[in-house]
Every structure is written in structure tokens, then in C-alpha cells.
Design a protein around this ligand. Structure first.
Ligand SMILES: Nc1ncnc2c1ncn2[C@@H]1O[C@H](COP(=O)(O)OP(=O)(O)OP(=O)(O)O)[C@@H](O)[C@H]1O
Length: 281
């Protein structure tokens, strides 16, 4: 499929975003992040940095987790998403695949996929068929197992189903929360290929990953969150060469090979030493 023409305007614009859980927990503080049309953006950070919270804020699922946007804006094209519910996000073309492959274990593969289109109202059968064809094209294994109960699928197959279910809503922006978590290396590679393919088909991707090597290899741009704030951002290739990212997220020793890479423009200081090792791939 030919690539759509590049569009330099950001599709998703998150600006000065503050998020709290109750009164006590500030999970995000003044976060700014853009996802360009047709781009892949990686979001890295140690455990508890706020990555999942950012995805929840964009997909309108924050309230389900007793969180709230307390400042800033989230816009997708012309649509304001901060303070909206998940249905509004899905209608705007923004769909999240939650962490932990949450499939409906007692339902069949087919019924799980059907659930992916809910919230969009009645759609023409041809549209639904097109979405299913896309999912089965990406995941032939699911096509062979339509009647199987989702709970009996392998971990990798459940991740495929979780992504497939999101694709049934024909998203323009897919929010992926740690798709490689707990999967064997071969399956991680397959998931990476699938993300590339989904993007080549014209869907933008915001990818949260602990597997920094995979995420930086896939992404055009990357952001590093540290205790709720953006610490580093820039082209993924440049970020992968910075000392901080190599040491903290790629498990490398920059001192050993003499690192000459510049810190990306606008980047703040490296994450605090207290976080060392936590996010390493
Ligand atoms: N439902 C919640 N209620 C209260 N605090 C929460 C809730 N969910 C997350 N938090 C807190 O908000 C902060 C950010 O958490 P979040 O899950 O977004 O981080 P993360 O970067 O996705 O971490 P991980 O990689 O471990 O999933 C953490 O301090 C966490 O304890």
C-alpha cells in the first residue's frame, strides 16, 4: 500500500498537561508531546513515570482509574480530547490498546473483534468487513481461530487480539501500552513488524515501551518521561545515542565507546540517578 503524503502538522497535540489521581498523586506535570500525522512516537520512562497515565488521558479512560486532567490541553486535529470520555476519543479516531492484553477471556476471538467496533454506532457491513480483513491480514493466526475462546490463546496471540480489537475501530491514532511485555523475543519481533505494518497502512502510533531498543528502532520521535515530566525528547535515532538513554534504557556503557552524540535541542537534564536501571530493556 502506498504511503500517504507526509503532513508536518501534528495530529495529536498534548500541551502543558497536568494529571492527578485524587488530591495526593500528581502523575503528570506540564507535559508537552506531539504525534505527527503518519508518525510513530515512542514514550519511554521508568516504572511509575506516568506513561500509562498519558495514554489514559488521551484515550479518555483516566476517569475509570479515578484520575483527572487538572491543567493543559489535549487536541487531536480539531477535536479537544481533555475531559472527554473514551467514546469521544474513539469517534475522533484515537484508540488505546491497554497494557496486559486485556481480552474478554470467556468470549471467542470473533466476539472480541466485534466488541472493538462498539461505540461507533451502526457501521456499514462493508466497513466492518474491511476492518476485519485488515486484522486478519495482519494476524493470520487469528483468522484460523475465530471460534476459539480468547482465554485459551497464547500470550502473544492475546496481544495480537488486543491490537486487532483496537483496529476494528479503524483508528487514525493507535495508543499502544507495552505491547512487548512478557513476550518471547520472536513474538516481540513479530509485534514490532506489525506496528511497522500498521503505520505503513497510514495509522499513527504512540508507543509506550519498557523495551527501549525496540521502541527507538520503530519510532521517528521519542520522549523520555521522568516522574511525570518530559526529560528528553527528539528524533528517536538521536535520543538512542545520548548517554542518558544508552545508560538508563538501553543497558549500555557509553563511557566505553566514547559517546559523541549531542543531547537533542530543548532537552532537559538526564533522569535522576535514583531511576537508574529501572527502565532498562
Ligand atoms: N489509579 C491510580 N490511583 C492512584 N495513583 C495512580 C493510579 N494509577 C497510577 N498511579 C500513580 O501515578 C504515577 C504514574 O503511574 P503510571 O502507571 O502512569 O506510570 P507508568 O510510567 O506507566 O509505569 P509502569 O511502567 O510501571 O506501567 C505513579 O506514581 C502511580 O503510582
Amino acid at each position: 500500500m502506498p504511503q500517504p503524503p507526509p503532513d508536518s502538522r501534528p495530529a495529536l497535540c498534548v500541551d502543558a498537561l497536568d494529571v492527578q489521581y485524587g488530591r495526593a498523586v500528581t502523575a503528570l506535570n506540564g507535559v508537552r508531546l506531539d504525534v505527527p500525522h503518519g508518525g510513530v512516537v515512542a514514550l519511554l520512562g521508568a516504572n511509575g513515570a506516568g506513561k500509562t497515565t498519558l495514554l489514559r488521558a488521551v484515550s479518555g479512560t483516566l476517569r475509570m482509574h479515578h484520575g483527572a486532567v487538572t491543567g493543559g490541553t489535549i487536541r487531536y486535529g480539531e477535536v479537544t480530547l481533555d475531559g472527554q470520555d473514551p467514546v469521544a476519543a474513539v469517534r475522533a479516531g484515537v484508540v488505546q490498546v491497554p497494557e496486559g492484553r486485556r481480552v474478554f477471556a470467556g468470549l471467542s476471538v470473533d466476539d472480541n473483534l466485534r466488541a472493538g467496533g462498539l461505540g461507533l454506532g451502526r457501521r456499514a457491513p462493508a466497513q466492518v468487513r474491511e476492518a476485519r480483513d485488515r486484522v486478519f491480514g495482519l494476524f493470520p493466526r487469528l483468522a484460523e481461530r475465530t471460534a476459539q475462546r480468547a482465554g485459551l490463546l497464547s500470550g502473544g496471540e492475546q496481544q495480537m487480539l488486543a491490537i486487532g480489537r483496537a483496529l476494528m475501530a479503524a483508528p487514525k491514532l493507535l495508543l499502544l501500552d507495552e505491547p512487548s511485555l512478557g513476550l518471547a523475543p520472536l513474538m516481540v519481533e513479530r509485534i514490532a513488524e506489525v506496528v511497522r505494518e500498521i503505520n505503513a497502512q497510514g495509522t499513527s502510533v504512540l508507543l509506550v515501551e519498557q523495551n527501549a531498543a525496540m521502541a527507538l528502532a520503530l519510532a521517528d520521535e521519542a520522549y523520555v518521561l521522568d516522574v511525570g515530566e518530559v526529560r528528553l525528547s527528539g528524533p528517536a535515532g538521536e535520543l538512542a545515542r545520548t548517554d542518558a538513554v544508552r545508560r538508563l534504557y538501553l543497558g549500555e556503557d557509553p563511557g566505553a565507546a566514547g559517546d559523541g552524540a549531542a543531547t537533542p535541542a530543548g532537552a532537559a537534564s538526564a533522569p535522576a540517578p535514583a531511576d537508574e536501571g529501572k527502565g532498562a530493556a
